[in-house]
Design a protein around this ligand. Structure first.
Ligand code: SAH
Ligand code: DHB
Ligand code: MG
Length: 227
């Protein structure tokens, strides 16, 4: 087992809050989204505010007009990304749990983004396969943040929905360091390991990963761009 220092994580969480206070403005819509998600009993696993802001920067800097998200939850990351879309842009987000879809739709409407965001209810693998079958135009930016055991399947399907230059961000690829465990029985960790292993044989993409610490603990992102 990896040795983790709780003290270090506490410090990282405090710095996260410090940076949030320095860099981000009060945002009643985003705060309301988290409050309503919490009141509805959703898990507190949305991206952190600074990570939401990072996603927004990536959307802006890629000038994305078409965004795909896998794993909506209450729509918190959705709202961060969709706000960076131009008026004629579109974000499609996929969520398997019907009551959760309802909460997300309310939050997206409260954010004034329902003209740009479509929540599709269903298992992501099925919905993605349908999008491929329907020859959906490629997405410019893709955020993958659903069940981690399907990460490799999502990578393969997302590549079919991409073009040269598409940027994909995969959340939660470090899992508190558990990604190092050799004989792991957590399907989520195994899924991330299979996803990471695939890059040894995958041509035509550039990939990196970034470890993250902060208010949400120790985790990480993988970034993939299609060459
Ligand atoms: N992106 C959100 C957090 C997503 S949490 C945010 O940062 O605000 C992961 C979500 O993925 C949960 O809502 C869960 O219901 C959903 N999910 C899990 N398995 C799924 C699947 N197979 N297909 C689609 N959504 C799934
Ligand atoms: C979990 C899922 C997430 O997407 C996340 O960011 C943190 C935790 C989870 O399933 O535990
Ligand atoms: Mg996540």
């Amino acid at each position: 087992m990896l040795k983790r220092s709780e003290g270090d994580l506490d410090l990282a969480a405090s710095v996260d809050i410090f940076l949030e206070e320095k860099l981000l403005r009060d945002d009643p819509v985003l705060e309301g989204t988290l409050l309503k998600s919490d009141a509805a009993g959703l898990e507190p696993i949305a991206v952190s505010p600074l990570l939401g802001a990072l996603l927004q920067i990536l959307v802006k800097s890629t000038q994305a007009k078409r965004i795909l998200e896998i794993g909506t939850l209450g729509g918190y990351s959705t709202i961060w990304m969709a706000r960076a879309l131009p008026e004629d842009g579109e974000l499609i987000t996929i969520e398997v749990d019907p009551p959760t879809v309802g909460i997300a739709e309310q939050n997206i409407t409260s954010a004034g983004l329902s003209d740009r965001v479509r929540v599709i209810e269903g298992r992501a693998a099925d919905v993605l396969a349908r999008l491929v079958d329907y020859d959906t135009p490629p997405f410019d930016f893709i955020f993958v943040d659903a069940d981690k055991m399907s990460s490799l399947q999502y990578l393969k399907l997302c590549l079919k929905l991409s073009r040269a230059g598409t940027l994909m961000v995969f959340d939660n690829v470090v899992r508190g360091g558990r990604v190092l465990e050799v004989e792991c029985d957590d399907p989520g960790v195994i899924g991330v390991q299979q996803f990471l292993d695939h890059f040894a044989e995958l041509e035509g993409v550039s990939v990196s990963a970034l470890q993250t610490v902060g208010a949400k603990g120790y985790d990480g992102l993988a970034l993939v761009v299609v060459d």
